[in-house]
Design a protein around this ligand. Structure first.
Ligand code: ACO
Length: 395
């Protein structure tokens, strides 16, 4: 893969490639690809190491404080996140009762701006302790908002958070409306950690752009949620499952095993120039290491062996045809299906992990800030003059 930047300089302006591909707008100490270009690093550790081994609390501390926590620090962050989860103003639940049955990512953006109105002081501040406290509130409360919005719209009731449960187990319980097993809770927790951050991905960059105007953290996170919703970013896990279930149905109708039929299904889509959701990545051109961690949990959950065969076959076909690897969304699509998470909640779950990265990036940006305001190259017409309606629309 060539990392050659196709930038041109014209009249002192750098003309960046479309999509800012290979453009580095700033440095970060939080996460990114190591200098050799081999691994994605979370604060010095590889993404798969932390994804496979760290708890939600440990990884959150790592992102925000730069090191894995020791005993007292771990107790502190666990206590705060578990307590904040139960401290959402009742009026926010009342407001969520008024929203229509819509995509739940809307509930997140709506709920976060409401949270800002309750939690944020009139004068937003930029000291580290203050920002960390608000980050923890957002990390704890966003999942409750998503789950409450979903449950109200689809079941008419809220499932309240239980501060005595671990964050991941409690969040999964609110989403699937039953107590998860320890294995299910750990599989879910691991996926949240895998989703926590990934350099300057689209939603993190959006969050940093908003942070760079010195807006408050709640407004910046609402922007991140909007960017994540798109099918080229977080929305891909939902689309990947819809596609896999469609392939499963067609395979059954044709009386073929899915692990064989998936090849025919993918080839037909490629022939129609359709994208296969859950494949391709701006950074991973050969392999997404997060898929290995997710695969370990898929294997231990119902029909794991069956689904892994299907996923591996799809990967083999996509590599042969397009030289594209599967990304994490292809694997979490099946993992979340196995856990019984409703499909429209897949992207909200991504946000429940990514909010850790968004808040850490918000803080990094505002504490060493320069407003992010690129220039444009205007290529439209010039020299037109305003004409009144009668003159400009004369037949
Ligand atoms: N299926 C089929 N073809 C694809 C796919 C795909 N999933 N992804 C890329 N391609 C093709 C492109 O059409 C392009 O072909 P071309 O050169 O003939 O035009 C070529 O592969 C290169 O891809 P780009 O689009 O240049 O890659 P880019 O880095 O711009 O985009 C992206 C990356 C957005 C992830 C893209 O691969 C995609 O749309 N994938 C599907 C959506 C998806 O899975 N998103 C999740 C991303 S991971 C995440 O958010 C956690």
């Amino acid at each position: 893969m060539s990392n050659q930047v196709e930038c041109k300089v014209e009249n002192g302006y750098i003309i960046a490639p479309k999509g800012l591909k290979n453009v580095v707008p700033d440095v970060t100490y939080i996460s990114g690809v190591d200098p050799k270009g081999e691994h994605t690093i979370y604060r010095g550790y590889t993404i798969d190491d932390i994804g496979a081994n760290a708890s939600f609390y440990e990884a959150t501390w790592l992102f925000h404080k730069g090191e894995l926590p020791c005993d007292e620090e771990l107790k502190e962050i666990k206590k705060k996140i578990d307590t904040y989860r139960g401290q959402i103003p009742e009026k926010i639940f009342d407001a969520l009762k008024l929203v229509p049955k819509a995509h739940p990512m809307y509930y997140g953006a709506f709920g976060v701006t409401l949270l800002g109105q309750y939690n944020a002081p009139d004068e937003w501040r930029f000291d580290e302790d203050f920002l960390f406290e608000h980050a923890l509130r957002l990390i704890a409360q966003l999942p409750v908002i998503f789950a409450a919005g979903w449950n109200l719209a689809h079941h008419g009731t809220i499932i309240r958070p239980d501060p005595n449960l671990d964050h991941a187990k409690d969040v999964l319980r609110m989403i699937i409306r039953r107590m998860p097993s320890d294995l299910e809770a750990r599989a879910f927790e691991s996926s949240l950690v895998l989703y926590m951050d990934h350099g300057f991905n689209a939603s993190t960059f959006t969050t940093r752009v908003i942070a760079s105007t010195l807006s408050d953290m709640y407004s910046a996170i609402a922007g991140g949620i909007g960017a994540l919703k798109g099918p080229l970013h977080g929305g891909a896990n939902e689309k990947a499952l819809v596609m896999l279930l469609e392939a499963k149905k067609l395979a059954e109708e044709k009386g073929k095993p899915l692990e064989e039929y998936i090849e025919e299904y993918i080839l037909e889509k490629l022939a129609k120039k359709e994208k296969i959701m859950g494949f391709g990545h701006r950074v991973y051109k050969i392999h997404d290491p997060r898929t290995d961690v997710a695969a370990k949990y898929i294997q231990q959950l119902p029909e794991g062996e069956y689904w892994l065969k299907v996923l591996k076959k799809a990967e083999e076909v996509m590599w042969r045809e397009k030289k594209l690897p599967a990304n994490i969304d292809f694997y979490t699509a099946i993992l979340y299906y196995q856990l019984g998470i409703p499909i429209p909640m897949f992207t909200p779950v991504f946000a429940m992990g990514r909010i850790v990265g968004w808040t850490a990036h918000y803080i990094e940006q505002v504490l060493n800030n320069k407003i992010i305001r690129p220039s444009e190259k205007y290529v439209g017409p010039v020299g037109k003059k305003y004409q009144p309606l009668e003159a400009r629309c004369k037949k």
